[in-house]
Design a protein around this ligand. Sequence first.
Ligand code: SF4
Ligand code: SF4
Length: 160
Amino acid sequence: MPDEPKKRYERTLLVAEAIPTYDPKTKPHRDKVPKEECLCSYCGAKCCRYFALPIDTPDSWEDFEFIRWYLLHERATVFIEDDSWYLLVHNVCRSLGEDNLCTAYETRPEICRGYTTKNCEYEDEWVYDHYWETPEQVAEYAEAVLGPRKGGCIRTPRPK
Ligand code: SF4
Ligand code: SF4
């Protein structure tokens, strides 16, 4: 067996031994991961598969037009959490290896260095206060909070 798959297999056996109820197909709770193991080995690299940036809270049609434009792009979404708005882009970091570990660990950016497994999103469900995936959804939201737009609706017409 090649080295890496062998190591993974051995790790699975180690965890299975340490946790009698551990199912390799199911992510173990962080408290169940043996202390000598790294939580990231069980995660699938959740925190390396997107980036999110805060954006201004929209309060005009012009602002919502920007958000509609973001959402016209593949893999872009927008969410609100604790009254703050964010642009979220679902895209895998170029430095993520096939084994879900960082291939640039020594030179990884500061933001990655400051993010530790202590308070990470390992168990987060990625549920937000509000979440939009399409321009139509955000146009509908804008109409609800701002009222009808002068010049007509900006939603994409229904295909004929
Ligand atoms: S830091 Fe947390 S979320 Fe990121 S890969 Fe490790 S366990 Fe997963
Ligand atoms: S540089 Fe490494 S730790 Fe940072 S997001 Fe990319 S793969 Fe993850």
